[in-house]
Design a protein around this ligand. Structure first.
Ligand code: SF4
Ligand code: SF4
Length: 58
């Protein structure tokens, strides 16, 4: 299972960057991206995204 962010939905509000306990999310290109190696699948970021841009996938 992986957590993914849809760059077309993300408005770079940074809520997920701020809540991620692993500092796995960054936004070097103006939208949030998850560094998969660091992500522990806690799903905290999903709960705070106002754009519903963060999804679980296989
Ligand atoms: S699921 Fe948890 S560890 Fe992974 S990116 Fe989201 S907040 Fe960070
Ligand atoms: S919380 Fe959602 S909209 Fe905000 S930066 Fe993260 S993915 Fe983008």
């Amino acid at each position: 299972m992986i957590i993914k962010i849809d760059p077309n939905l993300c408005d770079d509000c940074k809520a997920c960057l701020n809540i991620c306990p692993m500092e796995a999310i960054s936004d070097p290109f103006g939208y949030a991206m998850i560094e998969e190696q660091r992500c522990v699948k806690c799903r905290l970021c999903l709960t705070v995204c106002p754009q519903d841009a963060i999804k679980m996938g296989m």
